[in-house]
Design a protein around this ligand. Sequence first.
Ligand code: BGC
Length: 765
Amino acid sequence: MKNYLEQHPWKVIENGYHPEHNKITESIFSLGNGYMGHRANFEEGFGDTMQGSYLAGIYYPDKTKVGWWKNGYPEYFAKVLNAVNWIGIDLFINDERLTIKPDHISDFTRILDMGKSILSRKMTVTTDKEEVFIIESERFCSWNRKEIGALKYKVSAVNFSGKLTIKSNLDFDVYNQDSNYDEQFWESRDSGQKEDFIYVQSYTKKTLFEVQAMASTMVKVGTVLNKQIAIKDKVVSHVFDFNLTDGQSIEIEKIVSIASSFNHNKETLLKVNQNNLEDILAGGYAQLKSEHVNAWADKWSQSDIVINGDVAAQQGIRFNIFHLHQTYSGDDARLNIGPKGFTGEKYGGSTYWDTEAYCLPFFLSNADAEVSRNLLMYRHNHLDKAIENAEKLGFKDGAALYPMVTMNGEECHNEWEITFEEIHRNGAIAYAIFDYTRYTDSDEYLNNYGIDVLVAISRFWAQRVNWSKDKEAYVMLGITGPNEYENNVNNNWYTNYMAAWCLRYTKECLDSLSETNPQLHEKKVAGLKLSSDEFDQWKKIIDHMYYPYDMSNQLILQQDGFMDKELIPVAELDESIQPLHQHWSWDRILRSCYIKQADVLQGMYFFEDDFDNHTLERHFRFYEPLTVHESSLSPCIHAILASKLGMKEKAYEMYLRTARLDLDDYNNDTEDGLHITSMAGTWMAIVKGFGGMRIENKALSFNPFIPEQWESYSFKLSFRGQRISVKVTKENMEIENLDQGSLHLNIRGKEVVLNGEPLKFAYNE
Ligand code: BGC
């Protein structure tokens, strides 16, 4: 754990430069607007750094390279590409490039203002020649104008008189950190000047995405001695010379438009950028900033969670909500939520089961209905590719296996134990359809699109199981469950349970459609070539699925043979060997009892109505002590279940672990980028965990408690076209409908109707 950042309710603050943690800070202070984003690299490019500036949807298909090729591997791994670096500024003192080293820096502060989505930095730089400058910078990715980034940069001379040159760059001469042989993925197309703007345009190798960045650099303070434009193949710059004397400052504003062929016709990029910039220049940086700040105020007024009495927890939840919004704005069904968002290269910027299993509830409650619908449409749009993917592995008749990792619907993952075996992802996609439908109480998506996905997924499960004569049941062999610290196991309980549930749910949805819309039902049955034989087969599987169980301990087993392991709780392990994956060989991890992330408990979380509290508690007490939470997706599920079981301290511990995972670098991996998808789990830990929010009998229900350490907490939710706010104090829970309608709710087992008047319930009643 690291504690070098200050705790503050709305800001993340680095006071004093910590060069040894710079890559971690670059991840934490990242900015984004759903369309583009970047790590908090310094404008001047110094420090131990991973340069990263990313554009949603722009990737490179890197050839799959593995030691031992397995039939069925995908041809490529999609790589999110480090794209044009638009923040770059070089300084020259009397024509000599200023190279900033850590010991030149004093009075350093870097602030991420989460309320405004603005990154700022101030520092004093003393050069080797004892010249002293104060440098201040501020930047943001505009929320209202997705293609626009803006930056303000000020240099003040404290102990210097002479020539200062500022070179403001657009730089496409960039590399990915994970490129194998320092290869570049961008080919230069064009660079130049359009009136007072500079631009640079490149295209990606193989995928041929075309991106153009265009910048305006305005001098706001200071007299320019000389102004030039420097044009190279991949780098263009505005260059300004100033005469600076002690006490004087120079300030520039740089506004950049980045347009790509993902959204525009290639031929029009220059025009799009030029129009974008011309449109902004009248109001300039100040107006752009104020629009952006207002938009963020709006976002926060919809989705803030306020915690009183615990700054660490407050900063944690805001940090998580903030980065979720920065990553996904939900207006384009071609885009999704990469586990690292715009904060790093790991996971290739691709889509994982994380979206459906973790992120959907956040967007259901905190964004317009269209946003979560787009997340579901994304998978529907990829259905044909999921069917092709399954065919490649020998499945047939419209069975679909969605990819574990994907950019455009094609599988990109190339480790056999995950690509072929971690098939529970199919289940999460089906579960999301169920979750969306119960939350919105609308079957429009389900009936028109969801059914196609459910049937294809069910067909996969029906073909993936086999009958075991020995067990007289259907079994599923060669599986990796959510806990990736087990591979190639037989009968992972979670996967078997999920498969049987999918089959049952699909059949129920079709039955219900035959009643509500017989015509559409008929059309679907014919279109999908469904037959009663197929349903009979599904029913047999549902009725005879095998679930591993230990009778003597009355325990559902994570998989066959789990009890053969040496069961030593994590608490007895030396801390110096954790995280295990950074210290133990893979075979040792596989043989051990340690659980990377919720697995049986993940199933009990999804299907909680199937298990009473005694059963849940027995399993929590067995599996939790063996869990190392080395996946970011784990603590949030434990927080929710511990809350349900009344284990308040455990719930709070797990909350802090998920909320501050990156801020405190719990797993020693924040430098690779943030754990964006688990951030939605943090939100769930409060709303579903502490707040006890559920959908019961088609209505919202709450069963809240408050952690000891907090005075109160409050959150808002969108629910079926209405917004409600919930506040929990030590004494009571208050709930208010912020819109006009009326809502039926269930508060701690009591049915109530919420109209215009706020309701209050004594907490200890
Ligand atoms: C987890 C997976 C997850 C992936 C991306 C892995 O460490 O085990 O469940 O999908 O990270 O977040």
